[in-house]
Design a binder for this molecule. Structure first.
Ligand SMILES: [Zn+2]
Length: 156
């Protein structure tokens, strides 16, 4: 007698590269609340980013995700990151001499930039006080101030 196992239903979160079901349900809800349809590709990228403390470039994410078999292109990764940014799920940071970095921590904080490596480390907002801000042009107000502290290795 042959026993035929029913095929696994799609989208149950079962599989080697799938988030576990509870996390998957959570990510799906977050994407929906953000007005984004929870496609496999978005879920895959959301799983690598949301709730994790990361600073990643699109290229890094693409390299990670290209092994997952979801057929992600670098352009898709970029587009998805921009959508996530538009929805307030990640924040894009720009550092001189470095490709755009996406920060999964969207709260106000500052950064160390280790330009030689290159690497980015968080500085909690309350660890750095900014004073003596200049007056701003008429009709404008300061949205936020983000400080980048550039570090280099000590000589010797
Ligand atoms: Zn950060």
């Amino acid at each position: 007698m042959h026993t035929h196992l029913p095929p696994l239903p799609r989208g149950t979160g079962v599989g080697p590269d799938e988030p576990e079901p509870a996390r998957r349900a959570c990510l799906t809800a977050i994407l929906r609340m953000s007005g984004l349809r929870p496609t496999r590709q978005r879920l895959d990228l959301a799983d690598r980013l949301l709730g994790r403390d990361r600073h990643v470039t699109a290229e890094q994410l693409y390299c990670e995700a290209s092994g997952s078999g979801h057929g992600l292109s670098l352009a898709t990764v970029y587009n998805t990151l921009r959508q996530f940014q538009g929805a307030g799920l990640v924040r894009e940071l720009a550092f001189e001499g470095m490709r755009s970095v996406f920060d999964t921590d969207t709260s106000r904080h500052h950064h160390f930039y280790l330009a030689d490596e290159p690497r980015i480390l968080d500085i909690p907002a309350d660890c750095l006080a900014v004073s003596g801000l200049p007056g701003v042009p008429d009709g404008y107000e300061i949205d936020r101030v983000e400080v980048v502290v550039r570090l280099r290795r000590k000589a010797g």
